[in-house]
Design a protein around this ligand. Structure first.
Ligand code: NDP
Length: 311
């Protein structure tokens, strides 16, 4: 008979690696991947990425659902979510992957690398006088577990960084503002926009035609959060007129980005296939185990999500 059991579900993540790392942390944890092979009453924890509808209903004694990733939009929007604490993954490995993606993408624009990539394809020696990084205004939308360290990394690199979130933050080297009333001014003063907002009812389509038009002529946009935070048709139009000169897109409303999509043919768009940051079990298992230990002792898990807020 199973005792304190965890059910794992993911079509993308490696259950063997998770079992190995998680049971190394919690040797008494009964780790299962087959819902049919475990006493449903013994399942207290679910570690899952996009499980099928009704998945949670068969486990009446769940105490914790952990989303097998940082973005919880596909989880909190469900109508079959049990009324138990929901947590998400976050670990230093994910943070450094995201910060490196953001740094790379911003530097590619700030140091004119995209211009040299194209000049090289034409066999052209094209000198562009570099700008001082301290003159380049970078704005980070979303200052959460991934956004705040990315903004800090940009500031440490020497950029003029501003950040925007729901509640006001205090991040060394980053000019912070918050709330909808501050968003227009934030966008007007941002040359390179980095989007690290979760997808929620409030942020869906937030970066629409009007807000894109507030960015200075020739601005660059980097979206590493969720495609639907940006109105993609408005972005395409802005990229076609050149108002938005360049975009780096890791995420899209429809993924994989369909063959023949207009983004594929745009020279001023760099496409990466949703991998700005990924979860490595070795790094994340410690956090998941700690959440389970906390729930066992009657405490809240780490990285708890508020399903009503959406993130
Ligand atoms: P967090 O939930 O830790 O932080 C979200 C941030 O957005 C917070 O600063 C929050 O403000 C702010 N925010 C949320 N809603 C609003 C709003 N309506 N107005 C203003 N600010 C708002 O998220 P993470 O930093 O961990 O991750 C961000 C997103 O990145 C994830 O939700 C996920 O979608 C995406 N992601 C993408 C990956 C990829 O590979 N491309 C990998 C991992 C994540 P406040 O702090 O005040 O609450």
């Amino acid at each position: 008979m199973s005792k304190d059991a965890l059910i794992f579900y993911s079509e993308f993540d490696d259950p063997a690696a998770w079992k190995k790392t998680l049971t190394a942390e919690l040797p008494d944890l009964d780790f299962h991947t087959d819902p049919g092979a475990v006493d449903p009453a013994a399942v207290h924890y679910a570690l899952a990425w996009k499980p099928p509808k009704g998945f949670f209903a068969r486990f009446p004694n769940l105490k914790l659902v952990t989303n097998l990733g940082a973005g919880v939009d596909s989880l909190v929007g469900r109508d079959d979510l049990p009324d138990v604490p929901i947590s998400r993954l976050s670990d230093t490995g994910m943070v450094s992957l995201m910060s490196s993606y953001v740094l790379f993408s911003v530097i590619r624009y700030a140091r004119d690398i995209y211009i040299f990539e194209r000049a090289q394809r034409r066999g052209e020696w094209k000198y562009v006088h570099p700008r001082a990084l301290s003159d380049i205004k970078v704005g980070v939308l979303g200052l959460g577990e991934l956004g705040a360290p990315a903004a800090q990394a940009l500031a440490r690199t020497g950029f003029d960084v501003r950040g925007w979130s729901r509640s006001l933050k205090d991040i060394p080297g980053v000019r912070c503002s918050n709330g909808m009333e501050a968003l227009d001014a934030f966008l007007r003063s941002t040359e390179i926009l980095v989007i690290l907002l979760p997808l929620t009812p409030e942020t869906r389509g937030l970066i629409d035609a009007r807000r894109l038009s507030l960015l200075p002529e020739g601005a660059k946009l980097i979206n590493a959060s969720r495609g639907a935070v940006v109105d993609e048709s408005a972005l395409i139009a802005a990229l076609q007129t050149g108002h938005i000169a360049e975009a780096t897109l890791d995420v899209f409303t429809v993924e994989p980005l369909p063959k023949g999509h207009v983004f594929w043919g745009m020279e001023n768009v760099l496409i990466t296939p949703h991998l700005a940051s990924i979860t490595v079990p070795e790094a994340a298992a410690r956090e998941v185990a700690e959440s389970i230990r906390r729930v066992r002792s009657g405490l809240a898990p780490l990285h708890q999500v508020d399903p009503r807020r959406g993130y």
